[in-house]
Design a protein around this ligand. Structure first.
Ligand code: CA
Ligand code: CA
Ligand code: CA
Length: 263
């Protein structure tokens, strides 16, 4: 296990090994891995969690230890091993692996919002499989690194004011589009709710957008409008995200009541 209570950098990294069985056999040439690969190419998957924006160089994984290689291989074989990523970690999640020790560390700023694979998903798991050489001991260790979100982005509206036009003949129960706030964080720390200042005739209604499940606010007509009494309503819409405390953004909404005969 790479994390330890005595290592402050590792305190922000949790390690979860969910599948961890290794079946090895030794052939006449002492090729410990070959016979295993032939029968079980994916021996195990190591799972890790790293929180975005941890310090550069934070310990993520110790492949040598977590895969139990020292327990199953003699020292002279261990000395020959070297490690490399099968493919480069994705943009936004820079990591490096020490060729001899198999230790994986962050190699720059981990930014969940900059990782394409993290968009719109609750849990962002990145495959960073590791190949072990030389060829005579070749083996692939399946490695999955979850990038945990923090609430480092606040909601924002595309502008500070908006005008919504509603005909006075609008039926009770009809709804009208309101501006949608954006929040770059994942679903947990994205926009969770909206609030609209109270108004006798109009209220807030929210629905879930289909393709990304984001909340969409709409203006709901609660009672018949009468342009003779009120031609404009000044409201304020606030979007709150899921952080504790939550971050918010506001936009001023001007609702203009149009004459039903206007065209
Ligand atoms: Ca971020
Ligand atoms: Ca947020
Ligand atoms: Ca974030």
């Amino acid at each position: 296990m790479p994390s330890s209570p005595t290592q402050p950098l590792a305190a922000q990294v949790a390690v979860l090994i969910t599948v961890g069985f290794v079946v090895l056999s030794c052939d006449a040439d002492n090729n410990y891995f070959r016979s295993d690969i032939q029968s079980k190419p994916e021996v195990e998957t190591l799972h890790y969690v790293v929180t975005e924006h941890v310090d550069n160089g934070t310990l993520v994984a110790d492949i040598m230890v977590d895969a139990g290689l020292r327990q199953i291989l003699p020292p002279e074989v261990i000395d020959q091993l070297y490690f490399r990523f099968l493919s480069a970690p994705p943009v936004g999640a820079p990591m490096s692996i020490d060729r001899k020790s198999g230790i994986v560390r962050t190699a720059g700023d981990i930014d969940r919002e900059a990782v394409k694979q993290c968009r719109y998903v609750d849990i962002c798991q990145l495959p960073v499989d590791v190949a072990i050489g030389p060829a005579s001991y070749f083996r692939i260790i399946r490695v999955s690194v979850e990038v945990a979100d923090i609430n480092d982005n606040r909601p924002s509206f595309p502008q500070s004011t908006a005008v919504v036009r509603v005909r006075e003949s609008a039926a009770v129960g009809s709804t009208f589009a309101l501006p949608v706030a954006e929040d770059a964080d994942g679903p947990l720390y994205g926009v969770q709710r909206y609030h609209l200042t109270s108004c006798s005739k109009l209220a807030l209604s929210t629905e879930s957008r289909r393709y990304d499940s984001k909340l969409v606010p709409r203006l709901l007509v609660m009672f018949p409008l009468d342009r003779e009494l009120e031609t404009v309503y000044h409201l304020r819409l606030t979007a709150y995200d899921g952080g504790v405390p939550s971050l918010s953004a506001t936009i001023d909404i001007e609702v203009k009541v149009l004459d039903s005969n206007d065209h």
